[in-house]
Ligand binder design. Structure first.
Ligand code: SF4
Length: 331
């Protein structure tokens, strides 16, 4: 019988899940995803995580609990770095240990370290470590990785073409809706992929915007080279990978001035956002002079409050487009 590998639908899932799913399926494992985030996942996560953790980490714990009793192995890699000379948030680095200490009785965890700051040779060794749970054959493991990379690149292309991987699934219906927006209003939604693409955690923000006929762009749709070029103009190197992506997008918006407003979706307690959000706001407000809305969510945030702020923000954009000659929308 095939080994059942559980992949939590949270954090790095939204960026890399097709890669790992394909990798393990190519090796003959059965991949089981946790259910999309819901109230139960959130409540379980909040109860079983240290209070100081940010919302996405709490949600991650809820997803691990969702998988705990129905898989043989849970996939929780120790993600240190996914680009050379850059780092991921420290909470990603300690995630396997944090989960293991908070949730007793877990099945085996795949907690191999991913660290692109090491040499290429050690990268091959890392891939082998991921695959050896299923087979000890290095050629089979390498071939599975190459196939997985192919599928991952196709996934990236789809997102760059304007598709939203909501809850991890490319949603063609939403893409069509995005393309056909009639109001001629375009909004950039900034933030970490796991905040933006988690329907429950984001309170369906993407869906809400599309329902209002707003065209939406997100950092994942940006060209990596352009992002790198933009952040390369900063005085100091941006060494957080998430920060580079979000800030690079904000700088693109500021330079091109092709969106009507910016929404930044952040999580309460996020150390990285405390800097990146502020820098993004300064860049977009200073150069593009467009309305900017910060939505910070935690487990207590009510949807009604978010809806009201969103409505006011969208009204402001509309008024500004319609009456800018008579009335300053900048206050
Ligand atoms: S980057 Fe922020 S939101 Fe993401 S895991 Fe780290 S602290 Fe949490």
């Amino acid at each position: 019988m095939a080994i059942k590998i559980g992949i939590p639908r949270a954090l790095w899932f939204f960026d890399y899940y097709p890669l790992w799913k394909t990798f393990y399926e190519e090796l003959g494992a059965e991949v089981i995803l946790s259910d999309p985030t819901n109230k139960e996942t959130l409540d379980l996560g909040v109860k079983n995580t240290v209070d100081e953790a940010c919302l996405p980490v709490k949600i991650f714990h809820g997803h691990v609990l969702n998988l705990k009793d129905r898989v043989d192995v849970i996939f929780i890699p120790k993600v240190m770095s996914v680009y050379e000379n850059e780092y991921i948030c420290p909470k990603f680095c300690g995630l396997p240990e944090m989960v293991n200490h908070s949730i007793p009785g877990l099945p085996q965890i795949i907690d191999t370290e991913i660290n692109f700051n090491r040499s290429r040779k050690s990268l091959k060794w890392t891939i082998y470590q991921f695959g050896r749970v299923i087979t000890k054959n290095p050629i089979k493991i390498w071939n599975a990785y190459k196939k997985a990379l192919e599928v991952y690149n196709q996934y990236r292309e789809k997102i760059m073409d304007g598709n939203f991987p909501l809850d991890g699934e490319i949603n063609e219906v939403l893409t069509q809706k995005n393309i056909k927006q009639k109001k001629n209003i375009k909004v950039a939604l900034l933030g970490h992929s796991y905040n933006i693409f988690d329907s429950y955690g984001s309170m369906n923000l993407i869906q809400k915007l599309l329902d209002q006929h707003i065209e939406v762009i997100v950092p994942e749709m940006m060209d990596f080279e352009e992002i790198n070029h933009n952040v390369g103009q900063l005085e100091k190197k941006m060494f957080w990978s998430f920060g580079r992506k979000i800030l690079g997008t904000a700088m693109h918006i500021a330079e091109k001035n092709e969106v009507d407003g910016v929404i930044y979706l952040s999580s309460f307690g996020c150390g990285i956002d405390s800097i990146i959000e502020d820098l993004s706001e300064r860049k977009t407000r200073k150069s593009a002079e467009i309305p900017y809305l910060l939505i910070t969510v935690d487990e207590h945030t009510g949807e009604a409050g978010v809806n009201t702020r969103l409505e006011a923000f969208l009204d402001m954009i509309e008024w500004r487009k319609r009456d800018e000659n008579n009335l300053s929308a900048h206050g």
